[in-house]
Design a protein around this ligand. Structure first.
Ligand SMILES: [Zn+2]
Length: 257
């Protein structure tokens, strides 16, 4: 059993030297906000089959089911707040230690913690709004929900007639090109890679920490589970994320609210 803040001093020492660290986050940083980890044992994907992208495009039925599931989650999404882990990362961004946060999460909590959009790279999209798959026009979930409640089915894009989908990247959907490019650039420029709360098994996302490591950049893993990337890590911490990050930020002399 590790102490919550064990290793925080070592992490602080690495952060002290960093000028453009990249933080790579997965579900583990958000579970401390009460968001279920979809992929973990007991997670949502073990209870119902995810609807993959081709199915969503091909079938009206699949789209109806997909929106029904999304609306059932709306109260959860509206209620969740960033936790101390998110705020510690935001502080490191604000202090100029971290240049970018690359995230596998779709919950918008990094932005909610105060990190500017330009410094958050969402590899798997964002579930807090929807987009037309053809022209990319943004639509709000509440408006789609109201439409479904009136008409019994989801709306098409009012500009081009395209299919509207949450702005997430579904199973079977291509990775977003612009985000992949931004993530590559940030990783090639970083001087420290810190993977937080990711099981590091979903590729291509999990390739970014390894790309940094191949450049000889120090690689830190923080999260409850031991991952396959352990052999590549210069430091692996398995305490609670929020308390560990908070202790590291405090050790740098910065007080978090
Ligand atoms: Zn459209």
């Amino acid at each position: 059993m590790t102490r919550p803040d064990e290793g925080a001093d070592e992490l602080a020492a690495l952060l002290h030297r960093a000028e453009r660290a990249v933080v790579f986050t997965g579900a583990g940083i958000s579970t401390e906000s009460g968001i279920p980890d979809f992929r973990s044992p007991g997670g949502i994907w073990t209870k119902m089959m995810p609807i993959n992208f081709d199915e969503f495009i091909a079938s009206k039925e699949a789209r109806r089911e997909s929106w029904k599931r999304r609306f059932e989650m709306e109260e959860t999404w509206n209620a969740v707040k960033p936790n101390p882990g998110h705020y510690a990362v935001a502080e490191l961004v604000r202090r100029g230690k971290v240049s970018h946060v690359i995230t596998q999460n779709i919950d918008n909590l990094h932005q909610d913690s105060g990190i500017p959009d330009a410094q958050v790279i969402e590899l798997h999209g964002n579930t807090r709004y929807a987009k037309c798959l053809t022209c990319n026009t943004r639509m709000e979930i509440a408006d789609i929900r109201a439409f479904v409640e009136t008409h019994g089915e989801p709306p098409d894009c009012k500009f081009c007639g395209g299919i509207i989908k949450t702005a997430t990247i579904s199973f079977g959907q291509a990775m977003p090109e612009a985000e992949m490019e931004r993530a590559t650039r940030a990783t090639l420029a970083c001087d420290l890679m810190l993977a937080i709360g990711s099981s590091l098994v979903v590729y291509p996302a999990a390739g970014f920490p390894l790309l940094a490591k191949r450049r000889g950049v120090p690689y830190v893993i923080l999260g409850r589970e031991v991952t396959d990337h352990e052999p590549y890590a210069d430091l692996a911490l398995h305490g609670e994320i929020g308390p560990t990050l908070r202790a590291a930020v405090n050790a740098l002399g910065w007080v978090l609210p």
